[in-house]
Design a protein around this ligand. Structure first.
Ligand code: C5P
Length: 446
């Protein structure tokens, strides 16, 4: 959908996160959405009216008592001129003013006078966010119908850790789009294939080789894509996770079964390979349980490499999904290894994470990832795996937004009309295929 007929009134309060409002304006303007900025006094300490004006291509309002503003557009008119009022960042102070009904500057006056929906994206120190006063203000505002996006949890500019970070601009954009067009689901009509969990490679009918993947990250990605309207096929190894709602699930055990299930699920517009596929399977697996020998000698296991599902499906061809995303679980040199892996596997993006035992990421509930694309490397804060999934889904929706909808094209036509712009594809890649590594070093989305 397009926001080109919409108008957002963006209120920027004080805080180190105020600089992110510039990116939000850019995203909104790229969608044709009109943006009018209101800058608080504290906000002006962090961003300049000139930057806001240049990006919004619109006049910036700051002073409640400016006669010029009153003659051109009074604060009442300003408060009602937009389809949605967005407060990003929403400081603890501005939230308190909103809850208390204050009107002592332009931002608070506009928020008191408006008859339009309000979306607040809080950003503050973790203690300020967790303070009962702020929590009570947020509860009061939510009860009155104010919508919230975030805050995110992670490392803060003040060197503390916890909830309080401003949501990333794509997430705020997704919340804006959801409010301005509630029926809209940006991935509606798209088919997403997601792999998740470990694979089990049998040794005999009762024993197998496995790994510690919980499937939490892959399942959360499937759920997040479905929430944005995609038809999702989740190919999952054995996990204890509940099935994500609204997702078609294909349960498999081995890597070979996972590859077949993925190939059967094609065509897909998006493919996210989050599974921790076993790199090796047992070549001499038996149909009958291997007996212990009287002399106590152990049976020899002969291993053979499993197919690389990601590299196979990322190969250029009519069936290649438009956006192919792999994962890289590393214990060292994460950025370098992930960058090399993106090229080696032939995928468009790599979501990389550090799975050293001390991070607690493998099998844990949080993840700290780098997103490696053709355009560079983004470092995301440590977030709950569900938040990582939502953010990734929002990025996917953003990447597919401006591209033609593939629709039911005949085979062979799909490649020409890939939903991704050329620059986002791994077109420069020449080498495809996995490297050799020792058994047990499975890749993963933990
Ligand atoms: O090479 P490595 O195993 O680290 O690559 C990790 C990425 O490749 C993950 O996205 C994983 O799901 C995928 N993969 C795969 N099939 C394999 C091995 C890895 O799809 N056999």
């Amino acid at each position: 959908m397009t926001l080109s007929t919409k108008h957002v009134l963006l209120i920027i309060a004080g805080g180190i996160a105020a600089f992110k409002s510039l990116e939000l304006i850019r995203l909104l303007r790229a969608r044709g959405c009109a943006v009018t900025c209101v800058l608080t006094k504290a906000g002006a300490e962090f961003v300049t009216p000139l930057s806001l004006q240049a990006l919004s291509e619109n006049r910036v309002y700051a002073d409640l008592f400016s006669l010029t503003d009153e003659s051109e557009m009074g604060h009442i008119q300003l408060s009602r001129s937009a389809d949605l009022v967005v407060v990003a960042p929403a400081s603890a102070d501005l939230l308190a003013k909103m809850a208390g009904g204050h009107a002592d500057d332009l931002a608070s006056t506009v928020l008191l006078a408006t008859d339009k929906p309000v979306l607040a994206a809080p950003a503050m120190n973790v203690r300020m966010w967790l303070h009962p006063a702020t929590q009570a203000n947020v509860a009061t505002l939510a009860k009155r119908g104010v919508h919230f996006v975030g805050p995110d949890e992670g490392a803060m500019a003040c060197h503390e850790y916890g909830p309080g970070r401003l949501s990333e601009p794509p997430m705020i954009l997704a919340a804006i789009e959801a409010l301005l067009d509630p029926g809209r689901r940006p991935l509606a009509g798209r088919h997403a294939l997601v792999t998740s969990g470990p694979t089990h490679e049998p040794i005999d009918p009762v024993r197998y080789i496995a790994n510690r993947s919980s499937g939490r990250q892959g399942h959360a990605i499937a759920a997040a894509l479905a929430e944005l309207g995609a038809r999702v096929t989740l190919v999952s190894g054995p996990v204890a996770m509940p099935d994500p709602p609204g997702v078609a699930i294909r349960r498999i055990e081995t890597a070979a079964e996972m590859l077949a299930a993925c190939q059967n699920a094609l065509p897909a517009d998006i493919a996210v390979f989050a599974a921790a596929v076993a790199d090796w399977r047992v070549a001499n697996a038996t149909d009958r349980k291997i007996k212990k020998t009287p002399d106590g000698s152990a049976p020899g296991l002969s291993l053979v490499a499993n197919p690389d599902i990601l590299a196979t499906l990322a190969r250029p061809g009519p069936e290649r999904p438009g956006l192919v995303i792999g994962f890289a679980a590393e214990t060292n040199d994460v950025a370098e290894n992930a960058t090399a892996k993106r090229l080696r596997k032939g995928c468009d993006w790599i979501v990389a994470n550090d799975v050293s035992p001390e991070t607690g990421i493998m099998g844990g509930v949080e993840n700290a990832v780098l997103l490696v694309t053709a355009g560079g490397i983004e470092t995301w804060p440590r977030l709950a795996k569900e938040e990582v999934a939502k953010r990734l889904a929002a990025r996917i929706a953003e990447a597919l937004q401006e591209t033609p909808h593939p629709g039911p094209l005949p085979q062979g036509e799909r490649e020409k009309k890939s939903p991704l712009p050329l620059r986002a594809r791994a077109a420069e890649q020449t080498e495809v295929g996995g490297g050799v590594r020792p058994p047990g070093s499975e890749n993963t989305a933990p």
